[in-house]
Design a protein around this ligand. Structure first.
Ligand SMILES: NC(=O)c1ccc[n+]([C@@H]2O[C@H](COP(=O)([O-])OP(=O)(O)OC[C@H]3O[C@@H](n4cnc5c(N)ncnc54)[C@H](O)[C@@H]3O)[C@@H](O)[C@H]2O)c1
Length: 480
């Protein structure tokens, strides 16, 4: 029986391995992690991450051919194929701080593999890593090899949180990069055989190592660039009276462009886009390509601009101050159908409002108070480390309350900021909400999910990103 071990039981390692186990009953899959609570959660009824369909998949195979364990050494030693899906945060100190990927966790995983292995292994990069990481990993492994042969493959993950299980069941493509040697090609075929259990062969792309590593960074940069492009247009729409939804629709009808990922919003978030682009920028700089680096850096700058612009709209339209005012924040996760808050735009928006001394009342159907407090008090980039290595007791932000109901969050509020596109926010009783708010009552829709006309009929002053502005907002400055 082929044995797979995955190091890192996170958003990628957990769902990916669960789907491999489901689709390959003849393969034993063990997911290991240094975080004891995380593994305990994977073995419980309360999985550590929320992802539609995940629980069902885990329940079908856990205890049969899918296992979660903290015995990292044993399962690495036993495995034929080792996936490494550990954190690759942005460096906060030293060379490349604020841009380069911190490969500490990757290196320690590689050293662990070298220490405990007694048989030949295929080591698969699942984490998103800088180009040429495989070369570094190869060096660590071969310099400590004790005669064992290692083949390194790059198999970046393209799943999107919120639709991870569907994405894994029906991937647009699976990408496998390996060495162009006979051994490298053999390793590629071994991994291809795993995916071929459910992925059509024409969707499995095999490349050299560096193309595979770079393709992941490139794909995320292209996706984020689309969002920044439409968000840049949203500012121009507001200035001119155009409607960004109409512009996106018209632009997206061009089959060369396509309609996906053209929704304007308060900005992109998630653990990957910013981190991967910063990483790309750093790689460009290191390779003497400053113009290319500047080009990609702009994608992040526009995202920051969009978040600032949103906060400025809120403050300027409420008589240039939110000091002491209650602002309801609906949605904190970086997008709907996930509880993930990593790099969510809600963090910067809330910090901006708090900077202007607002009282913020937050409701998100999937995010806990503890998580929100951590996010608002943690330093930039600190979130991307194993949980037990994050700062222990961050200070509580007193002006923030977290409630479990949208009506509670909005009661007596002066304004509402919609920051995640949860479906339930589309169908709230906005008349009831309006009746219980201070007047004038404002809605700032950072996801364009409410019907501004209907809300205006109720009496709200409405700001929808990139849409024609209320008379109230038209003459207010909104520069970042
Ligand atoms: N989250 C996504 O949507 C997504 C999508 C594609 C790729 N990625 C990439 O995949 C990688 C993992 O991302 P994630 O979201 O799953 O992160 P995560 O933080 O959810 O999970 C990483 C896990 O690795 C564990 N870990 C760290 N070092 C370890 C070690 N030496 N031994 C054992 N366990 C260790 C941590 O405790 C943590 O549970 C990152 O490189 C990320 O960029 C993420």
């Amino acid at each position: 029986m082929v044995k797979i071990c995955c190091i890192g039981a996170g958003y990628v390692g957990g769902p990916t391995m669960a789907v491999i186990a489901l689709k390959c009953p003849h393969i034993e899959v063990v997911v290991v992690d240094i975080s004891v609570p995380r593994i305990a959660a994977w073995n419980s009824d309360q999985l550590p991450i929320y992802e539609p369909g995940l629980e069902d998949v885990v329940k079908q195979c856990r205890g049969k051919n899918l296992f979660f364990s903290t015995d990292v050494e044993k399962h690495i030693a036993d495995a034929d194929i080792i996936f490494v899906s550990v954190n690759t945060p942005t460096k906060t100190r030293g060379l490349g701080a604020g841009k380069a990927a911190d490969l500490t966790y990757w290196e320690s995983a590689a050293r662990m593999i070298a220490d405990v292995s007694k048989s030949n292994k295929i080591v698969v990069e699942k984490s998103t890593v800088p180009v040429k990481t495989a070369e570094a990993i190869e060096k660590i492994l071969t310099h400590n090899s004790k005669g064992i042969e290692y083949q390194i493959l790059s198999n970046p993950e393209f799943l999107a949180e919120g639709t991870a299980i569907d994405d894994l069941f029906k991937p647009d493509r699976v990408l496998i990069g390996g060495r162009e040697t006979p051994e490298g090609q053999k390793a590629i075929q071994a991994l291809k055989a795993v995916y071929a259990n459910w992925v059509p062969e024409d969707r499995i792309i095999c490349t050299n190592l560096w193309s595979a590593e770079l393709s992941k960074l490139a794909a995320n940069a292209f996706l984020a660039q689309r969002i920044s492009s439409v968000n840049a247009m949203s500012a121009l729409c507001e200035a001119t009276g155009a409607d960004v939804a109409e512009v996106s629709h018209a632009v997206g009808k061009d089959s060369r462009i396509g309609s996906k990922f053209l929704n304007s919003s308060v900005g992109f978030g998630g653990s990957c886009f910013q981190k991967d682009i910063l990483n790309l920028v750093y790689i460009c700089e290191c390779n003497g390509l400053p113009e290319v680096a500047t080009y990609w850096k702009q994608v992040i700058k526009i995202n920051d601009y969009q978040k600032n612009r949103f906060v400025n709209r809120v403050v300027s339209s409420m008589f240039n101050t939110v000091s002491g005012k209650k602002i309801a924040v609906l949605g904190f996760a970086f997008k709907k159908d996930t509880g993930d808050t990593r790099e969510t735009p809600a963090i910067d928006v809330c910090k901006g409002l708090l900077g202007d001394k607002a009282r913020v009342s937050i409701y998100d159907p999937q995010v806990t108070e503890d998580q929100i407090q951590r996010d608002l008090s943690m330093n930039k980039f600190d979130w991307d480390h194993p949980i037990h290595l994050q700062p222990m007791s961050p200070t509580t932000v007193k002006q923030v309350s977290v409630v479990w109901d949208a009506y509670e969050a909005t009661k007596d509020a002066h304004g509402i900021c919609i920051l995640t596109e949860w479906d339930e926010f589309k169908n709230l009783d906005y008349q009831r909400i309006y009746d219980n708010m201070q007047k004038p009552a404002f809605v700032f829709d950072g996801r364009n999910i409410v019907n501004p006309e209907k809300l205006r009929e109720i009496g709200f002053i409405v700001y929808s990103i990139g849409k024609p502005l209320d008379a109230w907002l038209r003459d207010m400055p909104a520069v970042a």
